[in-house]
Design a protein around this ligand. Structure first.
Ligand code: SAH
Ligand code: SF4
Ligand code: F3S
Length: 454
């Protein structure tokens, strides 16, 4: 029998990206091969439900697969992730070619389930239960020396129930992974040549503080785990995401001073600059609390790049509230931000709130906010000109400079840097960390020159 071909389409956050990477490696370990969507026998959609748009994309994508299925009735389609958890088995009724539905906690069972489904064409399966503890899965490690950047999940779910957010409903309660398996995975990755690790969770700062932890092994807090990982010999770069301002502890802030391999970049979602809106969102901090954290971070690591998430048009947001968000952005000077128009999500508190705003008002606020961010990002990038940064090379750049081939990568601040490859540079630089002097700031990225003698 020839090897099965599979194709994974991923929507959503880094947790989903990482889950898909794990699934891909696990299916390859079964002897299956990655294929294109047109050719594959098994199609997997890993979905996101955080706003209405990504949810709608799932239905339209599944609708388009109907033609492929009509041409190849043996096509096997699986839907996983947050929309699968939210919508459940109704996918079976709407899309006859969907034969597996799995929520985020069901992922570890998916490789075996897919293998079985290919053998039993009349079977359909679903994994929609939440597990009691962190859904540990077999390691799917790459060949030594191949992978230079890796994600490591340290927790599943979220206990915060921010008024607008569906994530606690789709990913379940917070369950911290055991510190032993986290460290074991990180050590294994560094031994195989990984240079940069990003720790993942919906709210990494509350690692170990699960509300349901009674009876389970007590884990140390986030700063302890962070210290242990940062101290692994050979680990060049460490990052973590996402942080909730209410749980960002002084020990985590000072870790940026203790560990030079902890990259000077923090993504710290503010959501709104208005205390009234923050209260309605249930975020449990004020703008002043947030600005105090920013001061602490800048005292510890003055050059740190701060990025954020912002929502415009939360129910009841007045024009004055919105102006407070713009003021806050300017006061912090975010290097970049993700900004979203508020979108009703089923089962959340905000969906039932009064004071919903007109679409046009929300769209206009988003436009204004994004203009302010463009200004701030340009200022931030402009200040980098002349600086010497360390770039972890991710690939060849589509752009060239002075007719030399160019490389693209990320510096320690998380910014994209392009640079021409000097003729005397080693041939294959992908995965290397190289010093680059920044020469020019573009709208969203930087150009520099490699410093060959370092
Ligand atoms: N756990 C992370 C990320 C959650 S989802 C955190 O707490 O920061 C990523 C972002 O999506 C959120 O930070 C928020 O800005 C945005 N978001 C979540 N729900 C939303 C909704 N209903 N409408 C618009 N944006 C939303
Ligand atoms: Fe959603 Fe809030 Fe949890 Fe983030 S902290 S995942 S925004 S409920
Ligand atoms: Fe989306 Fe689920 Fe991540 S809703 S943002 S994929 S946790």
């Amino acid at each position: 029998m020839s090897a099965k071909q599979f194709h994974i389409t991923t929507f959503g956050c880094q947790m989903n990206v990482h889950d898909s990477q794990w699934l891909g490696k696990s299916l390859e370990a079964l002897g299956w091969a990655q294929g294109t969507e047109m050719d594959a026998d098994v199609l997997i959609l890993n979905t996101c439900s955080v706003r209405e748009k990504p949810e709608q994309k799932v239905y339209s994508h599944l609708g388009r697969l109907r033609d492929l299925w009509l041409r190849n009735p043996e096509l096997l389609v699986a839907v996983g992730g947050c929309v699968a958890q939210q919508v459940g088995e109704t996918f079976f009724a709407r899309f006859p070619y969907v034969r597996l539905i799995f929520g985020p906690d069901g992922l570890p069972m998916v490789p075996d389930a897919l293998a079985r489904l290919t053998r039993e064409p009349d079977l359909r399966m679903s994994f929609l239960d939440f597990t009691e503890s962190f859904p540990e899965r077999d390691a799917a490690l790459a060949e030594p020396g191949v992978q230079r950047q890796a994600y490591v999940t340290i927790m599943q779910g979220c206990d915060n129930f921010c008024a607008y957010c569906i994530v606690p409903l789709t990913r379940g309660r917070q369950r911290s992974r055991s510190s032993g398996s986290i460290l074991g995975e990180c050590r294994g990755l560094v031994d195989r040549g990984v240079r940069e690790i990003t720790l993942l969770g919906q709210n990494v700062n509350s690692y170990g503080l699960d509300s349901k932890s009674a009876g389970t092994v007590k884990e140390p807090g986030f700063p302890t785990v962070l210290d242990a990982i940062a101290s692994l010999p050979g680990l060049r770069r460490l990052r973590f995401t996402t942080s909730h301002p209410k749980d960002l502890s002084p020990e985590t802030i000072t870790a940026f001073g203790r560990h030079q391999n902890l990259c000077p970049h923090l993504h710290l979602p503010l959501q709104s600059g208005s205390d009234a809106v923050l209260r309605a969102m249930g975020r449990k901090y004020t703008l002043d609390n947030y600005l105090d954290l920013v001061d602490g971070l800048r005292r510890t690591r003055p050059e740190i790049a701060l990025t954020t998430d912002l929502i415009v048009g939360f129910p009841g947001e007045t024009d004055r509230d919105f102006q407070l968000t713009l003021d806050a952005m300017r006061r912090v000077g975010f290097a970049s931000s993700f900004s979203f128009v508020y979108s009703d999500r089923p089962g959340t508190r905000a969906a039932n709130m009064d004071g919903k705003l007109d679409r046009d008002v929300k769209a206009e606020r988003l436009r204004v906010l994004q203009d302010v961010q463009s200004e701030l990002s340009e200022q931030w990038l402009g200040r980098m000109v002349g600086a010497r940064v360390e770039v972890l090379v991710e690939g060849e750049s589509r752009k060239t400079s002075e007719d030399l081939p160019s490389c693209r990568g990320r510096d320690e601040f998380g910014q994209t840097v392009n640079f021409p490859v000097p003729p005397e540079a080693p041939r294959d630089m992908i995965g290397e960390i190289v010093p680059v002097r920044i020469r020019e700031a573009k709208k969203h990225s930087l150009w520099g020159c490699m410093e060959v003698d370092g």
